[in-house]
Write a protein that binds this ligand. Structure first.
Ligand code: C5J
Length: 228
């Protein structure tokens, strides 16, 4: 067994690349670019744009290490049958989910705004999971896909930290996966929420998982694996 060890908080994340997947959550134009769903809710999207280069470096590192890479996209059927009023009617956005904006219908599968930003496009063969909820396990094949690939460890990045990233990480932890959040490869429209989410994840000895900077992961990948 060749194990890499990341100096994560509050405990070291020990993983084998063949049993580990990178999950990049919702790095979509609708959250990151002007004119999308995130901006329609009144958010400043520039905070999310700022992490794109770090997520790109993370993707490069995990691809180079031969890890399974999975991308998720939040999105709904064009008839919105999978978008309940409890989701669609929230807040006072300029445009609601399903309404037409400059990048097409907001958060509808296949519309230009629902796509992953061009800098982070999946490579041929990488899986893309469209999810109607905040958690990536809800109403998707993610659990079955991870089982089929014998994945036991997950590395998380993407947006937003306290909504879809945290929800998915909690779902994963409940399903028995060891979870690591790459803290400079995730972002929120609200800096306090990002900090609070990381604090909640790693509190109580790492109740949901552990957290590390990308540099700590790349250092672990460049070091000789420990033979256990
Ligand atoms: C939100 C997400 N924030 N991907 N979605 O509605 O975090």
């Amino acid at each position: 067994m060749s194990v890499h060890v990341v100096a994560a908080r509050p405990f070291a994340f020990r993983f084998e690349t063949r049993h580990t997947a990178l999950i990049v959550i919702d790095m979509q134009r609708d959250f990151i670019e002007a004119g999308g769903f995130g901006e329609s809710l009144g958010n400043d999207v520039s905070r999310l744009q700022a992490i794109v280069p770090t997520v790109k470096s993370l993707l490069f590192a995990c691809r180079e290490a031969g890890m399974l890479v999975i991308h998720t996209r939040e999105g709904h059927r064009s008839d919105l049958a999978d978008c309940p009023p409890a989701k669609r009617d929230r807040g006072s956005p300029k445009l609601r989910i399903g309404e037409a904006g400059p990048m097409g219908r907001l958060l509808v599968v296949g519309e230009p705004g629902q796509a992953i930003v061009p800098e982070l496009l999946p490579l041929p063969g990488e899986m893309v999971i469209d999810k109607p909820g905040k958690g990536a396990f809800y109403a998707t094949a993610l659990g079955a896909i991870l089982k089929a690939h014998a994945i036991t460890h997950l590395i998380f990045a993407g947006v937003t930290t306290e909504v879809c990233v945290q929800t998915t990480m909690r779902e994963a932890n409940d399903r028995g996966f060891e979870c690591l959040l790459i803290e400079d490869a995730t972002e929120s429209y609200f800096p306090d929420f990002k900090a609070a989410t990381i604090a909640m994840i790693i509190a109580q000895g790492g109740i949901v998982g552990s957290s590390a900077a990308l540099s700590e992961l790349t250092l672990a990948l460049s070091a000789e694996p420990v033979v256990a």
